[in-house]
Design a protein around this ligand. Structure first.
Ligand code: ATP
Ligand code: MG
Length: 439
């Protein structure tokens, strides 16, 4: 996948709300933890000057260098268990040597004979006392250990009036978290986009599946009115169905198609909703249209047209009822519907009956176009069986949901039964602005 800067910006724009929400949550969480959960830590520092006794006389340059190196030795002595134990006894502390040493940092200041002892503690007074105690213990014990030095305490740690904690630093933590999460969010968005193999409108061309694009249907802003061509004929959604009708009608005319099946790869991709509106739009052009709900497993057309589903295709196929008994007139002139009827135990076998072919012959005499709503192709075989009775098939693709590989697989399965795939309709397009919507 070749990503250009403009593609990256679009990806970031699309995922920006999630990135911003994640960043706000992370920064707020960091702030809360820094302010209310982490205990403030205070620091106190004591500095020591250790002079070898012979420094009082004149000494050579080499001796000065050697003495500077000794500072490293002093830092190790200060951090020794012996000194730490002595500090614990002097201050009567109730902690272990290891715990105490974790609070202490001893640093030899470069190019000097000065050593700084820094203690971190949640209690500023205790930090001061421990830092000073380390310095005193070192001074008292060093002459015994090395026998030569003279230790003076340069700067004793003191308790300030308003000691400021050295950590946590809420603002710095929050700024760091902001950059971390924001950048991670952008990388994650690009990564997810690259992993996402669903069909997108962006960059979609008819060549992708070798099928013409017959229409693009936006995601409806409203929940209820599904028959937009009937209930809201002036809406942009209805207009999109009329565009679809133009393209489909052209195909039907030029390819001499009378029965058209609409299917998709998987459930809930909008097959029934689209075929119902297409049927209304086609009937509005004064063509005699029949819409058959051939989804015998999950019939939905009767719900869209608010009609009963007590009788239907299953009754004709089992020979229980005549055709005239199951055809239902709709509110839309020129449009009739045959619901699926009661859900049978064996839908695939029922659809495979020779009776269906006869039925299609009869219906073609009565109607200009017959539209067959179908179950999805990949999960069940019914869609492939139905393709035998249809003159052509149109595939619905749900943008951002239907996988490209599934479309290729469904196309292969339909071609395998000699179905004539004439194009695709992209559903759930989301970029249409809601304020364009009017009734
Ligand atoms: N463009 C759209 N905007 C808003 N809602 C939609 C759109 N397309 C479909 N839907 C809704 O999605 C749901 C599934 O649609 P529909 O039943 O038409 O899909 P289907 O592919 O026929 O499903 P099934 O495989 O179960 O037959 C329905 O509630 C329908 O109203
Ligand atoms: Mg359906």
């Amino acid at each position: 996948m070749n990503l250009h800067l403009s593609d990256l910006l679009k990806i970031i724009k699309r995922r920006l709300p999630v990135i911003i929400i994640a960043t706000i949550v992370a920064v707020a969480g960091t702030g809360l933890i820094s302010f209310y959960v982490l205990r403030p830590q205070y620091e106190a520092t004591t500095t020591l000057l250790v002079q070898p006794i012979n420094l009082l006389k004149e000494i050579t340059y080499n001796e000065i260098i050697a003495n500077e190196k000794l500072v490293t030795t002093y830092t190790e002595i200060i951090k020794s268990r012996m000194i730490a134990q002595d500090v614990i006894s002097r201050l009567n502390l109730n902690i272990s040597v290891e715990e105490l040493l974790k609070k202490v940092r001893v640093v030899g200041i470069k190019n000097t004979l000065i050593t700084a002892i820094t203690v971190t503690s949640s209690d500023p007074l205790q930090a001061v006392r421990i830092a000073n105690s380390f310095a005193q213990s070192f001074r008292d014990n060093l002459s015994e250990i090395m026998k030569v030095e003279n230790v003076s305490i340069l700067d004793e740690a003191r308790l300030e009036e308003n000691p400021k904690p050295v950590s946590p630093k809420p603002l710095i933590n929050m700024v760091i978290m902001f950059f971390l999460v924001f950048n991670a969010g952008i990388f994650l968005a690009i990564f997810l986009e690259m992993m996402d193999k669903t069909v997108k409108l962006q960059g979609y061309t008819s060549e992708i599946f070798g099928l013409p694009l017959l229409g693009i249907i936006a995601k409806f802003p409203q929940k209820k009115e599904q028959l937009v061509c009937l209930d809201m004929p002036k809406s942009p959604q209805a207009e999109a169905f009329r565009t679809l009708r133009t393209n489909v009608s052209y195909m039907l005319l030029t390819k001499n198609i009378r029965a058209l099946q609409i299917t998709s790869t998987m459930p809930k991709e909008g097959k029934s909703l689209i075929i119902a509106n297409l049927a209304v739009a086609m009937a509005q052009e004064n063509k005699k249209i029949l819409l058959m709900d051939c989804d015998l497993r999950k019939p939905f057309i009767h719900k869209i047209f608010a009609i009963a589903n007590n009788f239907g295709i299953t009754d004709i196929l089992t020979g229980e009822l005549d055709l005239d008994r199951v055809i239902v007139k709709t509110k839309q002139p020129n449009l009739d519907v045959i619901p699926s009827g009661p859900v049978p135990p064996n839908p695939s076998e029922l659809l495979d009956l020779e009776r269906f072919k006869e039925l299609m012959g009869q219906l073609k005499e009565k109607y200009d176009t017959i539209l067959l709503d179908s179950p999805p192709i990949l999960p069940v075989t019914d869609g492939q069986i139905l393709a035998k009775y249809a003159d052509a098939v149109v595939m619905i693709i749900k943008l951002g949901s239907t996988h490209s590989e599934s479309v290729k697989q469904a196309k292969y399965m339909l071609e395998h039964v000699n179905a004539r795939l004439i194009g695709v309709v992209l559903n759930y397009e989301r970029s249409q602005r809601k304020d364009y919507y009017y009734k």
